[in-house]
Design a protein around this ligand. Structure first.
Ligand code: PHB
Length: 412
């Protein structure tokens, strides 16, 4: 059997794994990346597409956002309809200038892969890590199709139910919530671009329309928890979207449905993101619903933070990885709270009798108007929504700290 060794084994080449791997290699560390999917499957999976201001600023500083900023679009408004009223939230203005970038996740992944390989890194595609076990000294050993990989640290960027979390004594369990509804998810051709994220708070259930590319949009429909796709043919899906979202006129209309699914809506935060020499980042540590578009963004933020903590730990700073865990668990809870609060606004309470729906909708309209209005509440929502401010991590540190990390040349 082949035995290889590395300083940091990164499991999963999604946004978290790739950003982390880039930064660690730039810090002079020896990094080995394993990805379960083949390269074409990885780069073909349609996922998120709305990036926070601070995430893109961070990637831009690292020189990892050239195509994103050349081809992506900036969005600073969303629309929320309720009881026939359409409220525009100008969160770009309310936040003092923070706007989203719209760029499909799979294109970002493609760009990060291209650049990583061009910089001399390697990624083992189609090579799932089967298990992570400790050696006699407590160092992680990864069982891979290419044999054993021994590492000083292993980082799970491998999504919910990842193999690194499975090696935690408690499986990285933590509090979670199963929401009383699901979202039917649709990727559809559209006859014109989605100019702004649109949310419909509707007596029949929530619906959403999100931008992706000029001729493809992402749509969501609230359905009862546990709903199966079988009852929803293309015509029924299109009719429900048009009805709840009030589409037509100047708004795009969904045409051919390219992909449909049902997303089981849940939130979860692990109790720990670190167990000894095992670390978690992104969905491996926390699952957030799509509401607010925070999943991809918080994964990159985890990676940025860890990319500072890992070199510090290798330099003997014992507290660095606990600091990572503490900061990022706090951030994960802030993210959950934001996503949960937006879900609460967008959905009527479960089991509400029809005669009470107008009252609940009218209350929601009040909340929508408040977040759209200038003032502290609108500003706070806008800053959280757009991801105002800066990510913490190498690349934004003061120059002295940055050059200390950049001058590292040896792996240990
Ligand atoms: C999405 O782009 O899929 C998206 C955007 C904003 C949301 C939810 C989902 O609030």
């Amino acid at each position: 059997m082949t035995i290889r060794s590395t300083t940091v084994a990164v499991v999963g080449a999604g946004p978290a794994g790739l950003v982390l791997a880039h930064l660690l290699r730039r810090a002079g560390l020896d990094v080995t990346v394993h990805e379960r999917l083949t390269r074409s499957a990885l780069e073909g999976a349609a996922r998120a597409g709305v990036l926070e201001h601070r995430v893109v600023e961070y990637l831009r500083r690292l020189g990892l956002a050239d195509r994103l900023t050349a081809e992506g679009e900036r969005h600073g408004r969303c629309e929320i309809s309720c009881l026939g009223e359409e409220v525009t939230v100008d969160y770009g203005a309310l936040s003092g200038g923070a706007r989203h970038w719209v760029y499909p996740q799979q294109l970002l992944v493609r760009d990060l892969v291209d650049r990583y390989l061009a910089d001399g890194g390697t990624i083992a595609f189609g090579s799932p890590v089967e298990a992570v076990v400790p050696d006699a000294a407590g160092r992680p050993v990864l069982r891979t199709p290419d044999g054993e990989l021994r590492a000083a640290y292993a980082v799970g960027c491998d999504g919910a139910h990842g193999v690194v979390a499975a090696a935690f004594p408690d499986g990285a369990e933590g509090p979670g919530r199963r929401y009383p509804y699901d979202w039917l998810t649709v990727l559809a051709r559209i006859d014109r671009p989605v100019a702004a994220v649109r949310y419909a708070v509707h007596a029949d259930g929530f619906a959403g329309m999100m931008p992706r590319t000029a001729d493809v949009g992402r749509f969501y429909l609230e359905v009862p928890a546990g709903e199966r796709l079988e009852g929803w043919d293309a015509d029924r899906i299109r009719a429900a979207l048009v009805h709840r979202l009030g589409l037509g006129g100047a708004a795009p209309v969904p045409g051919e449905l390219l992909e449909t699914g049902v997303l089981r809506m849940r939130g979860r935060v692990a109790r720990r993101m670190r167990h000894g020499r095992l670390l978690l980042a992104g969905d491996a540590a926390h699952t957030v619903t799509p509401s607010g578009a925070k999943g991809l963004n918080s994964a990159v933020a985890d990676a940025a933070d860890l990319a500072g903590a890992l070199p510090a730990a290798l330099d003997g700073d014992d507290g660095a990885l606990d600091g990572y865990q503490r900061r990022r668990l706090e951030a994960a809870w802030r993210t959950q709270e934001f996503s949960d609060r937006l879900l609460d606004l967008l959905h009527l309470p479960a089991g509400l009798p029809p005669e009470q729906r107008e009252f609940a909708l009218r209350l929601r309209l009040e909340r929508i108007r408040r977040i759209a209005a200038p003032g502290p509440e609108g500003a706070a929502f806008a800053r959280d929504y757009a991801g105002a401010g800066e990510l913490a991590g190498p690349g934004v540190w003061p120059p002295a700290q940055r050059s200390a990390v950049a001058s590292r040349t040896t792996a240990r």
